[in-house]
Structure formats: structure tokens, C-alpha cells
Design a binder for this molecule. Structure first.
Ligand code: NZQ
Ligand code: ZN
Length: 387
């Protein structure tokens, strides 16, 4: 077991009607609020109106229109400008992971005099950030309980995971009812994203029985509850358990004491969504089984055997190779069963830019140090197998 140093300062307020506590939480932080949101889903579900009513005594400035795979220009730049101009005390992010991530970059940029890209690209370490409160409307990324934000810069095809402990939300409101309206496509993609977060922590050299148990339970919970959410989008219990499983998935708690894994599928997927603006969870679902098949070897097989038996209930009396292969097939079959397109071509990615993306990933993602090290050639083979 490895050493670790862990703290999550985020307050989670979970359950039906919890946003009634919003004024109390916000009052303790400040009056001038930057309200960030996406393309309008929060208006359709009545959440925008409720927030405005609850915060009628606050000074609200709005930053709408944050897109999936949130963009540095215009959203981050515009948010930073507004924070400085309006002397913002706190950012209230209402939406999915993209809104939360963008808000985190804005929070750091608002306290920095130079170009915010200096911070996102790790050229300069942030010295301070505005506090962030969020109301989550989509179960997937875990951004509500971690200190990362993923920001895209279109002109350079960069999509960077920007992490800094300053960026943990102060408080996250999690009311599963606000996820009832999430489409089947985004529900399935959210499940694939959260499952992959867990797998990225599970597949490593040195893991504990304790963490393996958490991960295996998390994966099973996500598979069972996502199916229920797809059958009945207003199943409160299923939406609630899915939401909490996603919240825990990316916080690092499942990997405390584990050795470094390198998060290879994320390293690869971030390039796909940077180059082609695809849905993150769909990209991960496509890559994951191909990555698994690519790294299956004598060295890694025991992890696949454990995964296959404990997550999918595969017969332990089969040979190791059979169990591992069945486990990979079962992973693929599950994603297919929730209607995720399982080929890159189905999400608009052909072979044209595979070489360029493989090179970009090899140079930027450090996957030569992953649990199963990946060279540029390995990355290319995984991408080609995913076509
Ligand atoms: O923009 P609006 O109108 O709100 O619509 C959104 C968007 O079109 C919609 N949506 C959100 N809540 C809804 C809803 N539609 C109906 N009802 C609701 N209640 O869903 C669409 C997708 O939203 P988005 O926020 O992009 O999805 P998600 O939460 O999956 O976030 C994806 C982004 O997070 C990054 C991804 O790379 C991607 O950019 N990630 C962030 C991580 C983190 N901070 O830790 C880790 C992840 O690995 C991931 O990389
Ligand atoms: Zn992810």
C-alpha cells in the first residue's frame, strides 16, 4: 500500500429539495454572484426560476451558454472578465460537468492578472481562486466532488485536465430529481464516464482489497441503476444511487493507497473530444474495451480475472485467459446494451487524423508511465481498433 495525503473540503448536500438551503450557504460566502449555466436545460426544468427566487436578495450576474466540452474562448475568458468587472464574490455553477469545469477555470482566472491559460496549462500556479458552489443536474463526471476542470482550446486541439486543490467546490447541492430530464444518450454517457473513472483506478499494479471492493461495488451499482434510469427516467432511487456513485467516482477516494495508474483511457479520450467535440462518456466507452484488449498480458491478466469474476460473475473455474476475455466482452456488451455507439466512425471519427491524435496524446498525456505503458504506436493501435 502506497503513502497518500488526502483531503476533500467539499460539503455535499444530497436529496430532495436540498436547494432550499442555498440562501443559507451563499449568505456565508458573499452577495455578488456569478451564475453560470449551459444551453438552457436548467430553464426547462424550472431550476433557473427557483434559484432566482431563492437568491432574490443577492446581486446576480449571469454567464449562460457554456457548451459541452467547455471552451476557453469565449466561456472562460468571458467569465473571468465578468468576475473582475462585477467584483464577484462567489460562482454558482448550475448544470453538468461542463458548467462546473468551466466555472473552476473562471474561479482561478478571476484571481490572476495574466492570461488564464497560463494557469490551465500549468505554466503558472494559481495563488487563489473564487469560491464555487454548484447545483448538479447531470450524474457523470464527479466534478462536484473533485478539484479538476477540463477545458478545451479549439485552435490548438488541446483539452486539458486542470487540477488544483483551490478548485474544490465549497458546497455541492445534489438533488437527484434535477437529473430526471437528462436524455437517454447523456444518462448512458454519464454511466460510461463514471464507470471508466472507477476502472482507471482499479487497473493498477498495487491495489488493496478494500479499494477493489469499493470499485467493484461502484461498477455494479452504476450498471444496475443506469439500466433502471433508462427504463424509467423518474425512478428517484435509481437516479439517486447513480448520482452518488458518480460523485464518488472521480474524487480519488477509490485509489487511496493504490499505485499510479496513469488514467490512460482519459488521456486518449480527451484528444478525441478535443479534435472532434464528441461526448466524453461515449468516447470512453468506445476506447475502454479496446484498451483492455491491448493491455491484456501475462502481467495484467490477474486484474482482469478479478474484475471478471467480481463485477460480472464470470465462472472462476474457467482458465484465466477465458475469464479475462469474457470480462472484456462483457464490458463491451454492457455499453452496447445501453445504446452507446461503440465505433469511432459512428461518432464521426474516421482514420484521417489518427496519426496526428496518437502523436498529440503520446506527447501530452504521459502514458509511457501508465500501469500498462503506452507508446505512440500502442495508442495508434488502440485508436485503429476503435474505428
Ligand atoms: O447545456 P445544457 O442545456 O445544460 O445541456 C446539457 C448538455 O447539452 C445537458 N444537460 C445537463 N443537465 C441536464 C441536461 N439536459 C437535460 N436535463 C438536465 N438535467 O447535457 C449535455 C451535456 O452536459 P455536460 O455538462 O457536457 O455533460 P457532463 O456532465 O458529462 O460533462 C462532460 C464534461 O466534463 C469533463 C468532460 O471531459 C466533458 O468536458 N470531465 C470532467 C471531469 C472532472 N471535472 O473531474 C472528469 C471527467 O473525466 C471529464 O473529463
Ligand atoms: Zn471522465
Amino acid at each position: 500500500m502506497q503513502n497518500f495525503d488526502y483531503m476533500t473540503p467539499t460539503r455535499l448536500i444530497f436529496g430532495e429539495n436540498v436547494i432550499e438551503k442555498l440562501p443559507e450557504v451563499m449568505t456565508a460566502i458573499g452577495k455578488n454572484v456569478l451564475l453560470t449555466y449551459g444551453g438552457g436545460s436548467i430553464k426547462k426544468i424550472g431550476l433557473y426560476d427557483r434559484v432566482m427566487e431563492l437568491l432574490k436578495d443577492f446581486n446576480i450576474t449571469e454567464l449562460p451558454g457554456i457548451q459541452p466540452n467547455p471552451k476557453y474562448d469565449p466561456s472562460v475568458l468571458e467569465g473571468v472578465r465578468l468576475c473582475k468587472e462585477k467584483n464577484i464574490d462567489v460562482i454558482l455553477a448550475v448544470g453538468g460537468g461542463s458548467v462546473l469545469d468551466c466555472s473552476k477555470a473562471i474561479a482561478a482566472g478571476a484571481k490572476y492578472d495574466g492570461d488564464p491559460w497560463d494557469l490551465i496549462s500549468y505554466k503558472v500556479k494559481a495563488q487563489a481562486a473564487l469560491p464555487i458552489v454548484d447545483i448538479l443536474t447531470l450524474a457523470a463526471t464527479g466534478s462536484e466532488y473533485d478539484c479538476g476542470g477540463v477545458i478545451s482550446r479549439t485552435e490548438t486541439n488541446d483539452k486539458i485536465g486542470y487540477l488544483d486543490p483551490l478548485l474544490f467546490p465549497v458546497c455541492s447541492f445534489l438533488d437527484p430529481r434535477y437529473t430526471f430530464s437528462v436524455s437517454k444518450k447523456q444518462t448512458a454517457a454519464g454511466c460510461a464516464d463514471a464507470m471508466n473513472h472507477i476502472m482507471e483506478q482499479y487497473f493498477c499494479e498495487d491495489a488493496t482489497l478494500l479499494n477493489d471492493g469499493f470499485c467493484e461495488a461502484g461498477l455494479k451499482s452504476l450498471m444496475v441503476n443506469t439500466k433502471k434510469c433508462l427504463e424509467n427516467p423518474e425512478d428517484y432511487t435509481a437516479r439517486a444511487e447513480m448520482m452518488f456513485a458518480c460523485t464518488l467516482g472521480c474524487n480519488g477516494i477509490y485509489a487511496l493507497g493504490n499505485s499510479h495508474s496513469g488514467w490512460p483511457c482519459h488521456g486518449i479520450e480527451h484528444a478525441l473530444s478535443a479534435y472532434y467535440d464528441i461526448t466524453h462518456g461515449e468516447g470512453l466507452a468506445i476506447i475502454t474495451p479496446r484498451w483492455m484488449r491491448h493491455i491484456l498480458s501475462e502481467r495484467t491478466i490477474d486484474r482482469f480475472v478479478k474484475y471478471g469474476i467480481n463485477v460480472f460473475g464470470i465462472d472462476p473455474s474457467l482458465s484465466k485467459q477465458e475469464i479475462a476475455e469474457k470480462a472484456i466482452d462483457a464490458t463491451y456488451a454492457f455499453f452496447e446494451s445501453i445504446n452507446i455507439p461503440m465505433h469511432l466512425r459512428e461518432v464521426g471519427i474516421g482514420e484521417e487524423r489518427i496519426d496526428e491524435m496518437a502523436h498529440h496524446i503520446a506527447v501530452n498525456e504521459g502514458l509511457e508511465n501508465a500501469y500498462a505503458p503506452l507508446t505512440e504506436q500502442d495508442i495508434k493501435e488502440i485508436l485503429v481498433a476503435s474505428l
